[in-house]
Design a protein around this ligand. Structure first.
Ligand SMILES: C[S@@+](CC[C@H](N)C(=O)[O-])C[C@H]1O[C@@H](n2cnc3c(N)ncnc32)[C@H](O)[C@@H]1O
Length: 294
């Protein structure tokens, strides 16, 4: 029942107001996504809605605009704000040797196959600030494979790529990184791979030497190399199932026959249309191998 207000007019019940606000936000979000796509070609239409809405709300707060509609207007008229908006929509959270058992599985089950190639190509998609690609470079180097490897580390966000290329991180992250490095099967000391200065660590230049960082959008950009390993962790979770399927098909296309795909612990291929093209290599690390003839 609708409660009367002081002037006698009926007041909309709270849940009705909340429903109305949500419906309005949906429209604003649709218009924002449409504007981003039509004006700049960044297509977020197939991103999971709840997390996208959260990030857009954060952007509204951090850019200090009143509503999503104001954000859309600003974006349409100020192209120079685009990198900032894309950075705000991406979640560049990572850490060195994140989920160490995944790196251990790569080292034990994938590296021996990579070792049979004279030249190795790896595509790390969604590299964020670079912690993952440098972790991989360290293990490849310890396995004697780094010198013949070329790694493409890509991300949708230019701001993230720029940070990754610098290879500079807070020194306070080093102790945990060192623990995970050992759990991943590292054989030296993590401290051998960086120089500490004040409260920062700068990674050894050698680790950057075989890495090419580039902007690449998994939604709209195509295949650009033939890879022996594709590593894409904690990215597909932001996509709807049809978009995941499209991206996984692209990974299958990019892999050489018998190439490996690692999607990490939060994603799997079990319900994807491309599942039949792959055989499971390690369940815990979600490492798959492209079948011959796939
Ligand atoms: C949570 S981070 C994952 C970082 C790293 N792979 C890891 O697991 O630690 C997700 C990254 O995916 C990137 N990303 C999101 N959408 C993308 C897209 N369409 N194409 C390429 N990268 C994307 C984001 O910019 C972000 O840096």
């Amino acid at each position: 029942m609708t409660a009367p207000t002081r002037n006698g007019a009926p007041e909309a019940p709270r849940d009705e107001q909340a429903r109305d606000a949500l419906a309005l936000e949906e429209i604003e979000l649709d218009l924002f996504v449409e504007a981003l796509n039509r004006r700049y070609g960044y297509d977020f239409r197939d991103y999971s809605r709840a997390s996208l809405a959260r990030r857009v709300r954060n952007l509204v707060a951090s850019l200090d605009v009143p509503t999503v509609s104001d954000l859309t207007a600003r974006l349409l008229h100020a192209p120079e704000r685009l990198p900032e908006v894309i950075a705000g929509l991406s979640v560049p959270v990572s850490e060195f040797f994140r989920d160490p058992h995944v790196f251990r599985a790569l080292k034990e089950k994938v590296f021996p196959h990579l070792a049979s190639y004279p030249h190795i190509t790896i595509w790390q998609a969604g590299c964020a600030h670079g912690e993952e690609v440098y972790s991989l470079a360290i293990l490849l180097s310890e396995a004697g494979l780094y010198e013949r490897t070329r790694i493409f580390a890509t991300d949708i966000s230019k701001a993230a790529i720029d940070r990754a290329r610098e290879g500079i991180y807070p020194l306070r992250e080093a102790p945990d990184a060192a623990r995970r490095y050992l759990a991943a099967g590292g054989t030296h000391s993590f401290s051998a791979y960086y120089h500490a200065r004040y409260d920062l660590m700068k990674l050894d230049e050698q680790l950057i030497s075989r890495v090419t960082f580039a902007e690449h959008n998994l939604v709209t950009d195509g295949v650009f190399c033939e890879a022996h390993l594709v590593l894409c962790r904690n990215v597909l979770i932001y996509f709807t199932t049809p978009l995941q399927d499209r991206v996984l098909a692209r990974f299958a296309e990019t892999l050489v026959r018998g190439g490996f795909l690692c999607v990490g612990t939060r994603e799997n291929l079990e319900f994807s249309l491309t599942r039949s093209k792959f055989q499971l290599v390690d369940e815990g690390a979600r490492i798959y191998r492209l079948k011959a003839g796939a």
